[in-house]
Design a protein around this ligand. Structure first.
Ligand code: SAM
Length: 322
């Protein structure tokens, strides 16, 4: 059973009448101060989730435990996080299932990590690589703050209700391994799913070849069209994968007030592109896909072929070679 009343240590999101949000972590005796007066944490402790509390200045605040989608947008960041709309696509289209063995790089701020841990559940096996130690530390703290400190399994006090954020608190130690280092050096194999959120995922296809199980899903998350193209073409050139699929998701909120029903004026129009492909059995080459001939594709194939015969050009790793 999920815990429903607020307890010390709980993260609570307070929303004022103008929709502004503040997050507090409940501590007995502590007071949350705003320019609209003070709000003692003790007033919240013991109340059911979804209560209203009033500050000494008379302002009413709606108090709710943050959803994962609220949390990732408010948590401390090192690297840019994967937005909830894209994390949802990754979990659904990447078919991340309970018990799956998943490789993720880079862990960045740990936003996608939280969605993946929820999806694989307590019997899953998530390996997250992060090359920058400072970011790995942020990811570790963010994940632990959401699910609860990594405790040994089975330390739950008898009768204690399940953790509010999905019940993984005590299980993280078992389901999650955070590696500080270059994912290219990962020696583990047998991954059901591999998710790459870094600048040059096409440079990691040797790793994907050896580490992804036949039928497994590779998902790349890239911000620009040259990166999208580079990954798609590298997968095609290598063979051993299904025809890559590339897409993006656009989410538009709607304003609904009486008869004034229209799309919101503002939206997050672009975050990144997703590219997915499935690993084939060893030695299998997918039958060639017939595509309508296009001048652009032919010209690009010629350009890539001539680039392959030229000596490699020294560039910054973040740049795309033209
Ligand atoms: C955009 S961030 C990832 C954000 C993360 N998915 C999240 O939702 O919070 C990209 C991360 O990849 C890391 N990175 C880049 N190359 C890497 C590599 N070869 N191995 C491991 N991590 C790498 C970077 O340090 C950076 O933190």
């Amino acid at each position: 059973m999920t815990r429903t009343t607020f307890a010390p240590g709980d993260r609570v999101q307070l929303t004022d009448p103008k929709g502004r949000m503040h997050t507090v972590v409940l501590e007995p005796g502590k007071v949350f101060h705003t320019h609209r007066g003070a709000l003692p944490h003790d007033d919240l402790i013991g109340l059911p989730d979804g209560s209203v509390v009033t500050s000494t200045g008379g302002t009413a605040y709606l108090a709710l435990r943050p959803l994962l989608s609220d949390y990732v947008l408010s948590m401390p960041r090192g690297a840019q996080v994967i937005y909830p709309k894209d994390a949802a696509q990754i979990v659904a289209m990447g078919d991340v299932f309970p018990g799956a063995k998943v490789l993720e790089a880079g862990a960045g701020s740990g936003a996608l990590t939280c969605s993946l841990l929820r999806a694989v559940g307590e019997h899953g096996d998530l390996h997250s690589y992060e090359i920058r130690p400072a970011f790995a530390e942020i990811a570790r703290r963010n994940v632990e703050a959401f699910f609860g400190e990594a405790r040994e399994p089975n330390t739950r006090v008898s009768g204690e209700a399940r953790e509010p954020n999905g019940g993984l608190g005590g299980q993280i130690a078992r389901a999650w391994t955070l590696h500080v280092g270059d994912v290219a050096e990962c020696t583990e194999t047998g991954f059901d799913r591999i998710i790459l959120d870094l600048l040059t995922p096409w440079e990691l296809l040797d790793l994907v070849d050896r580490a992804l199980v036949p039928g497994g899903v590779l998902l790349g998350y890239v911000a620009t069209t040259p990166q999208l193209s580079e990954l798609v073409e590298a997968l095609r050139a290598r063979g051993g994968y299904t025809e890559p699929r590339a897409w993006e998701s656009l989410v538009r909120d709607w304003h609904a007030d009486g008869l004034a029903v229209r799309p919101d004026h503002r939206m997050i129009a672009h975050t990144a592109f997703l590219i997915s492909a499935r690993r084939l059995a060893p030695g299998v080459v997918a039958p060639p896909r017939r595509r309508k001939p296009s001048k652009g594709a032919e010209a690009y194939a010629l350009k890539r072929a001539s680039a392959r015969t030229r000596a490699p050009v020294q560039t910054d790793s973040a740049e795309v070679v033209e």
